[in-house]
Design a protein around this ligand. Structure first.
Ligand code: HEC
Length: 138
């Protein structure tokens, strides 16, 4: 009786952690393959490849608009912040605001981020998966 209970608890724990891994993998796919966060949030090495040792740690952008004479350009950011949980942004915003931001494109101040940061409006489950992936980064 207890044996069966213990076995089913162990099975539940295994399937839960598997669900967690699947969610992280899906979040990674959304962040890296669909949204390409790393293209702006990971610095490049001297030879132009993404620096894997500084994955999503914030970067200086290597591009800018060709028509710089408008209001939009005035708000252009030359750098992107560290979006890993150890970064200042995450510490300031917390998990709830980050999750909200990924679904609305609005920061805790109720405003969109400055260009060229896109305003992503993910479905809740997708935003949660992306969060889990970001949380898996050191
Ligand atoms: C085209 C380049 C680009 C891409 C792609 C991009 N970002 Fe950004 N991101 C930026 C820049 C530049 C900023 C700084 C803007 C600012 O401070 O207002 C920024 C800011 C942010 C912020 C902070 C916003 C604020 O107002 O402080 C978060 C969170 C963020 N990005 C997350 C992500 C995530 C997650 C992805 C992928 C889903 C992503 N970014 C993809 C360029 C980009």
């Amino acid at each position: 009786m207890f044996g069966i209970l213990r076995a089913s608890i162990a099975l539940l724990a295994v399937s839960l952690s598997f669900a967690g891994e699947k969610e992280v993998a899906y979040g990674k796919y959304l962040a890296e393959e669909v949204s390409k966060c790393q293209e702006c949030h990971t610095p490049k090495t001297a030879t132009g490849e993404l620096d894997k040792t500084k994955w999503m740690k914030g970067a200086t952008l290597d591009f800018q608009p060709v028509t710089p004479a408008d209001k939009w350009y005035e708000r252009w950011h030359k750098t992107s912040p560290d979006i890993t949980p150890s970064g200042r942004l995450w510490q300031r915003w917390g998990e709830k605001a980050m999750l909200e931001y990924l679904q609305t494109g609005l920061t805790p101040k109720g405003k969109p981020a400055d260009p060229p940061m896109p305003a992503y409006k993910l479905k809740k489950a997708d935003a949660e998966a992306m969060m889990e992936y970001l949380k898996s980064l050191k």
